[in-house]
Ligand binder design. Sequence first.
Ligand code: B12
Length: 192
Amino acid sequence: MRRKCPLLVEEGVPLRELYEQLFRDSLYEVGRRWEAGELSVAVEHQATAITEGILSELFPATTSRKALGRRAVVSATAGEFHQVGARIVADSLELLGWDVHFVGAGASVDELLEVVTEGRPDLLALSVSLDGNLPTVVTTVQRVQARCPTVRVVVGGRAVREGHDAELRTLPGTTCLHSLTALEDLVRRYPW
Ligand code: B12
């Protein structure tokens, strides 16, 4: 897979297709097999590391577009170790010409709040995989909006794709998105 991806890009396969139909879907399959006891945690770690490595190799291909002068902070929700989805969102926004600060996974709500307060981005994109982290998304959004009321917030990730986002949908100024296409459509209309 590592050698083939740059080749696929050279052949004109859109990055979004690789992000969703190759990386996301293969990691979902890894998760399914891990849950079924068909593969070990070690293999799952290896699959994630290979994916993150290829994303790094592909990153230069995302930065060729004309800069729009818009800034985004992209982060996994506090408490999440899952960061591949957030990374793909960050690279997708770069591809659209946004200037992205990728926080990844591991920042606390306080630390993320500091990044947003200092950076004053136009957009905060949060990724949430674990259903158990949905209440943290609510807290994070409320605290960010109290401090920086103009920042637009979008939330996505496995927990949202699975339709467990009812509570998030009631948050003012927050849009839940199920796909990269929906993200692209929305940010092209900025400020919505
Ligand atoms: C790799 C992995 C891990 C790795 C993560 C390493 C890393 N560097 O990221 C590690 C080992 C740390 C891990 C740990 C755990 N994991 Co895990 N993990 C996975 C796995 C196999 C893949 C995750 C992934 O990268 N998916 C691929 C990405 C690209 O998909 P995605 O995040 O959904 O992102 C896509 C979209 O959702 C969207 N998107 C994402 N974010 C956003 C944001 C916005 C704004 C937008 C618009 C779109 C968007 O864009 C992406 C591209 O389409 C999943 C299986 C799965 N189905 O996802 C389980 C999975 C998520 N893990 C699970 C579990 C249970 C755990 C643990 C609790 C296990 C444990 N007992 O310790 C811990 C929790 C740790 C924590 N606190 O986070 C469960 C969650 C179940 C649930 N109901 O919540 C899953 C589903 C596995 C399973 N089948 O049971 N995990």
